[in-house]
Design a protein around this ligand. Structure first.
Ligand code: UD1
Ligand code: MG
Length: 466
């Protein structure tokens, strides 16, 4: 098969977004629009990738270069189009980056949801020798270029602003995607003019040039409009986001995941689910998250970069973010409601983390419990430890972080402060309200607070008479 060189058009301003951020860097499903497009290009195993930038060029180029590094892909070639004189003018800038022996596959940086299979079919229609256009039939084609045919044969694309009343009645439109042999493309690009309603060099004019040259033109019609919907405004971005999330939810449900309401479900990254997973309403998953067999996620949880093992239950309103260090939740663990797990939290099997408990960079062994209003930072917690309500590891001295080690079977009484570095010996008990600054002995009761005193018949102060 002929080598494919992908061209992504991303120079346009996106005026209707009314944003300082270049349009193609707005996010859908947590990923910049152009990230979806280049990911699709990479899945096609194209030979080359050229990105045409203009508005916000430096920002767009650095974002795409970072994506390439993260995806372990070769950095794309960038060409700049300044000023922007139309889509034909844009592709003219890419000509030096397109070898004559390939097929150019033209994509739009602001049309994120096209599927690789669709583009593969378009490339097959092109077959290294003819101009292949992707088209769709729309109920309301206003604003789009119309596909003008004589019988079945495609004659031209007429832009909305240049179209006659009769042409405006055509509902088959050009989607902005085409596959074309590069040698032919270059020949036609050189002949574009800008004598049209918008005074622009239209890429779509190559169709009539192809017909004039007696070259074959085909249109591949698809009926799934979401794949070719572009983003021009915040409203369209939100609509496409919902369409995208619905697709992700559907795919998970087809796999057996029970999602309480697919309209209140968001994935911004990768979510892998084993069997019998249940997800209640309003949950957001970010980065890489995996949910083991039978995991249940309560309503209103935000979960990022975490692995949650089989049978664990995350109760409502829990916030988990592993960032780069990750979070692990062991088998059968119970977390929340209102819990917060931060980077490096590693909970073993059957661990319980209750309401208003924060865990950061800490390991909790099997069966350890911290059920109420507590902080565990830089701690190593043994099996079956019971960490009392309101207890705190004082892990930071203002300059450095220190570890707290709580050995197996320790009971830490409520409202204790463990001043790190410190080790609590196995099986020991800490009296409530203690401030522990020294290691404690295994099996001992350690109390570090003022003794209770009692003064009998205590007279409370009284107000002086005026
Ligand atoms: C274009 C097509 C139209 C099609 C529609 C589908 C042309 C002339 N018209 O119209 O037939 O129905 O897409 O969405 O091609 N861009 C540049 N440089 C420019 C102008 C545009 O890079 O000078 C980029 C934009 O950033 C965008 C893409 O090209 O990614 C399409 O441009 P846009 O202005 O949206 O074209 P439309 O008028 O919508
Ligand atoms: Mg457009």
């Amino acid at each position: 098969m002929t080598a494919v060189d992908v061209v992504v058009m991303a120079a346009g301003k996106g005026t209707r977004m009314k944003s300082r951020l270049p349009k193609v860097l707005h996010r859908l499903g947590g990923k910049p629009l152009i990230g979806h497009v280049v990911d699709t290009a990479w899945q096609l195993q194209a030979r080359g990738l050229v990105v045409i930038t203009g508005h916000g060029a430096a920002e767009v180029e650095s974002a795409v270069a970072h994506m390439a590094t993260a995806a372990q892909q070769a950095a794309p070639a960038f060409v700049r189009q300044e000023p922007q004189l139309g889509t034909g003018h844009a592709v003219q800038q890419a000509v030096p980056a397109l070898p004559d022996d390939g097929v150019a596959l033209i994509l739009n940086g602001d049309v994120p949801l096209v599927q690789p299979q669709t583009l593969q079919r378009l490339l097959e229609r092109c077959d290294g020798k003819r101009l292949a256009l992707l088209s769709v039939t729309m109920p309301d084609p206003t604003g789009y270029g119309r596909i003008v045919r004589t019988g079945d044969a495609v004659q031209s694309i007429v832009e909305h602003k240049d179209a006659s009343e009769a042409q405006r009645a055509i509902r088959e439109v050009y989607t902005g995607f085409m596959a074309v042999p590069s040698a032919l493309l270059k020949r036609w690009l050189a002949r574009l003019t800008n004598d049209n309603a918008q005074g622009e060099y239209y890429l779509t004019d190559i169709v009539k040039l192809a017909v004039a040259d007696g070259e074959e033109v085909v249109a591949l019609a698809i009926d799934d409009q979401v794949q070719v919907d572009g983003v021009n405004s915040p409203v369209q971005l939100a609509e496409l986001e919902r369409a995208y999330q619905l697709r992700r939810a559907r795919a998970l449900m087809e796999q057996g995941v029970r999602i309480a309401d697919p309209a209140r479900f968001d994935v911004r990254g990768e979510l892998a689910c084993a069997g019998d997973v249940e997800i209640d309403v309003n949950c957001v998953f970010e980065g890489r998250v995996s949910l083991g067999e039978g995991v249940r996620i309560g309503a209103n949880c935000v979960i990022a970069n975490a692995r949650i093992a089989a049978g664990a239950v995350i109760h409502p309103f829990t916030h988990i973010d592993g960032e780069s260090a990750g979070v692990e939740v062991g088998e059968g663990a119970l977390v929340g409601p209102f819990a917060r797990l931060r980077p490096g939290a590693q909970l073993g099997a059957e661990v319980h983390i209750g309401n208003f408990v924060e865990v950061k960079n800490s390991t909790l062994a099997r069966g350890a419990k911290a059920n109420h209003l507590a902080y565990l930072g830089d701690a190593t917690v043994g099996e079956r430890v019971n960490y009392g309500a309101g207890s705190i590891t004082a892990n930071y001295d203002g300059a450095n972080k220190h570890r707290t080690v709580i050995e197996a079977d320790v009971h830490v009484g409520s409202n204790s402060v463990l001043v790190a570095p410190v080790t609590l010996g196995a099986g020991g008990t800490v009296g409530a309200g203690s401030v522990i600054t020294k290691d404690t002995q295994p099996g001992a009761l350690s109390v570090a607070r003022g003794r209770q005193a009692g003064i009998a018949d205590w007279q409370r102060p009284k107000k002086k008479p005026k």
